[in-house]
Design a protein around this ligand. Sequence first.
Ligand code: ZN
Length: 237
Amino acid sequence: MEQNKDINQLDIPLAKRIHLDNSNSILLKKLLIFSPVLILLFSIFGLRLIRSTEIVSLRNFNFQAQINHGHRILGHLPYAEIPKEKLVLVEPNIEVHRDMLDSLLRMREEAKKDGIYLVFLSGYRSINLQNEIFYTLKSVRNQEAAERARVSAPPGYSEHSTGFAIDIGDATQRGTDFEVEFENTDAFKWLTKNAAKFHFKLSFNKDNKYIDYEPWHWRYEGSIEALKVFESSNRKL
Ligand SMILES: [Zn+2]
């Protein structure tokens, strides 16, 4: 009994409860009367919100698509030309980015220990030289730009202008220089097995949808600068 009394004392007085109940029911009635209007308003607002969200995401998607496709030309990504002071001579006519010199020479030495003789065919190429290669060879071979681009980068779009790319041949099979047949040489087999140890990677493998397979063309990814240069290329789109 003592407990019940306490509860009653704490409880809200009856009159107040009736008053609250009344105001609640009036509110409920008002809500019922205006509910179709409210539902309509919420629907309109909701639909507008969904539409504007869709438009924003569509805009973002289009923007992203433009970035991803906009910066390629005939399948090639743009590359800036390396400043001259970062170039070092490997041997006559072969210059590369100073970051990769040690790795490149160590790789050739290690290969030699295994009886494999790597020969460096082409390193850094200036945008001017790439210009000549792309436009002169294209006309000599009577190829259109798109065909030519499958085997040679347009000027300003070659990995060779970064100084981080090197074309490699087999000193014992020079007939395979710059040819797909290079993949059958011992040099290529050795590179496939060992190049990653020296931070070299094949740039254009058989799965590349834009550019023909180039088993002779390797790029260096063993420094932060090199990784930055090839970040777009390595990103899976
Ligand atoms: Zn190359």
